[in-house]
Design a protein around this ligand. Sequence first.
Ligand code: NG1
Ligand code: ZN
Length: 533
Amino acid sequence: SINYDQIKEAASYHPKPQNITYTYGTAGFRMKADLLDSVIFRVGILAVLRSKKLDSKTIGIMITASHNPEQDNGVKLVDPYGEMLEQSWENYATQLANAQTEDELVDVIKQIISSNNIDESKTANIVYARDTRPSGPALVSALVDGLKSLNAKIIDFGIKTTPQLHYVTRCYNVKGTEDDYGEPTEEGYYKKLSTAYRKTVEGKQRLTPINIDAANGVGAPKMRELNQYIGNEYLEAILINDDYKTQGKLNYQCGADFVKTGQKLPTGSNIKPGDRAASFDGDADRIVYYYIDEENTFKLLDGDKIAGLAGGFIIDLVKTAGLEGIDVGVVQTAYANGSSTTYLEKVLNVPVSCVPTGVKHLHHEAEKYDIGVYFEANGHGTVLFSKKALKTIRSAEGQTAEQKEAIEKLRALTDLINQTVGDALSDLLLVETILTNRQWSLKKWDQAYSDLPNRLVKVIVENRHIFKTTDAERKLLEPVGLQEQINELVSKYKNGRSFVRPSGTEDVVRVYAEAATREECDELAYKVAGLVY
Ligand code: NG1
Ligand code: ZN
């Protein structure tokens, strides 16, 4: 059982800095790496308690700060099936991180144990990984100190993408059961994805090369490895911004966030009209596509476009397979472009739900459908297949050759798609599969609908916590009266839409606006920002 003196002794080497309050937010803990030592030590402790609580299930820990600058880092916990840490435990993370002294830390641990009836004698199983950040190794050693102070059984999964860590966590917990998810190894991950990919594109003509900007992050070596399993004859990937070893390059003027935010090519890209390109973020859980049209205009195919492409393809397969009993739905956030929502609802006739920002909200909503497609506009997303859908797809036989083929494809998709979390590598293969099957160019894909001009601005305010939202963050409750003023402005613009919410990851308020033209959209964003400021 737990030795509190051992914990205090270990904790004394990882003291909490004074005058800092940590919060476990949408993306776990994330900040300048040099402030994270004590936090990571304590996250280790929390993971151990979580594993004990869940009957020794393996808990995952990922050390990454995704698309943030290289000097940042962060940490988040992964629950047994590869989902984000259950929300009710986020508070414990925050409490542990903010305990000032070793005695206070022990008190918090004891409280968590007693309020959750945790059996101290259970073994704790933990798997952890990190991205390529230079601060990673030191933070890993703080983590290991925390884990060892509670005698956990630890697996070091090494340098991995965030989705690979989610994948392996699930694999460990369901191995040998009817929900088996594959081999809990990096190789198992590549084999599962590559085998499925080859099945779905077999017999189709290979597309022109896909140029991949890997944000100089962990996605570079991992994509290269995946491509070796797939084989060049099935997928031709050209990697740029793949220098994950030189300090200062990670996410610098490249990567999915840079491309999406700036609506421009990453540094180092020299794609020409007709070329195909995509960008990952620093931990390879997001992806956006783009191309240059004949007028040399940059065209972005973001998470909304991917949701439309994937939704349309899956609906077609389900229909062709004769599996009408399976319902398909799409989940978005308020940041989804209005045109994408209209396309999904009116053209594809698929139900669309809108939820608050943050992957866990999208994920949980998507679980309500037999097949739930979810994507944030920024390129984070995946497709979830319910138990019912998996069972139906696995047991379906089909009468005609056409039906059989559609069933086979659906089956392969359930392996191709990383159902634990959005995954740039898996999502890339999903998009490539669909485009190969349809023999579509990026331009053809883009023609499904045209994005409304949109603008996202950050406003620095004195206290962002006074902004309270409702209706999936689309309306403000407080400050009282502000929403009415926004409505008044919005009503003056054709196709106008605007909303204001406090960021969960930065100390800013975000203002989003869209309207029929670029000028009107910018004006609306500017005026709404003026109300907030
Ligand atoms: P916040 O900072 O709460 O807006 C941002 C992104 C989210 C999500 C989280 C987690 C936007 C507008 N917001 O959240 O989509 O990815 O970070 O990383 O892109
Ligand atoms: Zn990321």
